[in-house]
Design a protein around this ligand. Structure first.
Ligand code: ZN
Length: 413
């Protein structure tokens, strides 16, 4: 489907040196230094379009935008693909609750998401792909999984057999009891009678009365969530079988570690015979004033509402970057105030002709980003540079720093 508006990324001078990027790999809980190569493949799980875009979404997509920007600034090609789950239970349930057509709800929320991403200056994916448009791909994948004895039928619904993957569980590393609990909370049906393993996820749901469905060789029905992302990633990331891993980065919020990313990786493993992602990278959850931000508590902070109330999207971006991306964190309005102060300072100082030295701050920003996106350190560096300029240090190039901040951090001054 149509992505959002392309973002201009200024070039960065070749005298700046880019160390290899390290990211925290959730499957090992350790830092992983990405090998230097010409092409990186990154898949980021997108929204289910019924409630776009709260601050948790914004924090996640900014995180992967920083990775994308770093690799692009290194001069590499980044195949970046993101999906939109434009048919799934939460969307259908919300449409029924609100008395609207699920397609209209999806279209309106996807449009809002595009506008939010544009406001946040997030570079759009190379391919932005919807679940509905991917149904033929899903059907092909399920048929392929059938030939590999990884599919079975429960009253017309098709399930993936996790036991077919000897490495099942290796990416999320959770005890079975925890997996069972989370599966039930996040769309799974571990108690359904007739399943070979309670954790087996749905690949294809047989048509239910009143639900949308699509005809085909699997019978009339609709796709499961995990196989959707797996099918899109395998097709649009043009995986190179000569590589050790099918893709470099599987990204998303930390609530996707299990079951979503475990299942996607298992399915891709069975389909291809190869390990799926080199690194599973996850952004932490954002809470509000000491409480988890959730639909049920009704305390989601939406980006569009913040912007309507006068917040500068670049200040929101800075505020979300003042934390380590992987940490769960609390949002307070004071965060936005502090970020707005830094943004105002940068806007004012970068308009001057005489500023504090900039080469060293740009180099240090690059190094900090290479170390698992140490954005709190980056914010410190920017504050220190502002103070140095305000106290009269000179010798820098304001234009070059402004461009570097735009290129590397996505902050357009
Ligand atoms: Zn996904």
């Amino acid at each position: 489907m149509k992505s959002w508006a392309q973002v201009y990324v200024p070039p960065i001078d070749s005298r700046f040196n880019f160390p290899a990027l390290s990211v925290k790999n959730s499957s090992t809980q350790e830092l992983l230094q990405l090998p230097i190569k010409d092409i990186y493949r990154m898949y980021v799980c997108g929204i289910t379009p019924y409630d776009a875009t709260h601050l948790g979404h914004a924090a996640t997509y900014i995180t992967f935008d920083l990775i994308n920007r770093y690799l692009l600034a290194m001069g590499k090609k980044v195949l970046f693909v993101e999906n939109v789950t434009d048919v799934d239970d939460p969307l259908l349930e919300r449409a029924i609750r609100d008395g609207v057509d699920w397609r209209d709800l999806a279209i309106s929320q996807i449009e809002l998401f595009r506008s939010d991403m544009t406001n946040l200056h997030v570079i759009p994916p190379v391919d932005f792909i919807g679940a509905v448009e991917s149904i033929p791909l899903v059907i092909d994948c399920v048929e392929d999984l059938m030939t590999k004895n990884a599919v079975y039928d429960v009253e017309g619904d098709l399930y993936f057999s996790v036991r077919r993957d000897p490495e099942f569980g290796s990416r999320s590393k959770l005890p079975t009891t925890v997996m069972m609990e989370i599966s039930a909370q996040r769309g799974g049906d571990p108690k359904r009678v007739g399943k070979r393993d309670p954790l087996d996820p749905l690949l294809w749901m047989k048509e239910r009365s009143g639900d949308p469905s699509w005809p085909g060789s699997l019978g009339s029905g609709r796709p499961g969530w995990h196989i959707e992302c797996c099918a899109i990633a395998l097709k649009y990331l043009h995986c190179d079988r000569a590589e050790e891993f099918l893709i470099d980065i599987q990204g998303g919020g930390s609530d996707l570690i299990f079951p979503h990313h475990e299942m996607g990786a298992s399915q891709a493993r069975i389909l291809s015979g190869k390990p799926y992602a080199r690194a599973y990278v996850h952004a932490g959850m954002i809470g509000l004033d000491g409480e988890k931000m959730s639909k049920s508590l009704g305390n989601l902070v939406f980006l569009s509402k913040l912007i309507e109330s006068g917040a500068d999207p670049m200040a929101v971006r800075i505020a979300l970057m003042s934390r380590n991306y992987g940490d769960d964190d609390m949002w307070h309005e004071s965060r936005l105030d502090t970020a707005t102060q830094l943004l105002n300072r940068l806007q004012s100082l970068l308009g001057r002709s005489d500023v504090a030295p900039t080469d060293s701050v740009i180099s240090q920003i690059i190094v900090s980003l290479s170390e698992n996106l140490d954005t709190p350190k980056v914010i410190d560096l920017l504050n220190q540079w502002c103070t140095s300029t305000e106290t009269g240090l000179r010798g820098g190039n304001a234009g070059e720093l402004a461009r570097a901040i735009d290129t590397l951090l996505g902050i357009a001054i």
